[in-house]
Design a protein around this ligand. Sequence first.
Ligand SMILES: Nc1ncnc2c1ncn2[C@@H]1O[C@H](COP(=O)(O)OP(=O)(O)O)[C@@H](O)[C@H]1O
Ligand SMILES: Cc1cn([C@H]2C[C@H](O)[C@@H](COP(=O)(O)OP(=O)(O)O)O2)c(=O)[nH]c1=O
Length: 229
Amino acid sequence: MARRSLLISGGEGQQMRGKLIVFEGVEGGGKTTQMQRVQVWLQSLTDAPVVMTREPGGTLLGQELRRLLLEYQEEEPIQDRAELLMYAADRAQHIEGFLKPLLYQGTIILCDRYTDSTIAYQGYGRGLDLSLIEQLNQIATQGLESDLTLWLDVDVEIGLARTRARGKIDRMEQANLAFHQRVQQGFQRLAEANPERIIKIDGTLNIDRVTEKIQLILSQKLIEWGLIL
Ligand SMILES: Nc1ncnc2c1ncn2[C@@H]1O[C@H](COP(=O)(O)OP(=O)(O)O)[C@@H](O)[C@H]1O
Ligand SMILES: Cc1cn([C@H]2C[C@H](O)[C@@H](COP(=O)(O)OP(=O)(O)O)O2)c(=O)[nH]c1=O
């Protein structure tokens, strides 16, 4: 495949020339593992910078919010609506201070979780009103949607077993199985409702097979976007 600079295919001025590729799914689906592999592979194909980031935690403020959101403490449980607003604050900061400037420069961004996680976890998982979450996502993102979302689908039990094997589990991972199953159902519904944007990948395959599948999907997208010939 021939490389092509993203800067050539983009327009002038304030046009967003980069691409936002999001990795989603329940805990332990393999997002982090695959993103690292995809970053190296994609960077070998294009002159455009390929950058990895995550929500929560893609900015300095976000790192603080991530700590508060994921640290387990019994004294004063975080209320569901406070949790929702903290994820939204992380996203607003991330988009304005990090994602948008890079997208204007033509960067390809690989982002670990985005708006669908809020719908799945706070909406389906916690049971907060979906239209309220959509409004909040709109406020935080100012309408910035992912160009492509790769949903690494694994059974909740498999994913949680993987994260437990990895070590200490965080506040969200400690939520009960029924919560995580509702989250999973959320991702399923989102994928059904957005077949163009969200592509499901079987995350139970071995690591190399998952990488191959992602590479195949991304190769087609890069051609479609005019980033490789
Ligand atoms: N396809 C896979 N098969 C088996 N284990 C995997 C697979 N993908 C990732 N893992 C392992 O599962 C754990 C969680 O993976 P990780 O990439 O951190 O997932 P996530 O970021 O989605 O939570 C890690 O220990 C990782 O090595
Ligand atoms: C972005 C986002 C994440 N989350 C949760 C999902 C995860 O449990 C946690 C942190 O995500 P993440 O770092 O992806 O955890 P892991 O790599 O272990 O899967 O935050 C929400 O509940 N709502 C959101 O909007």
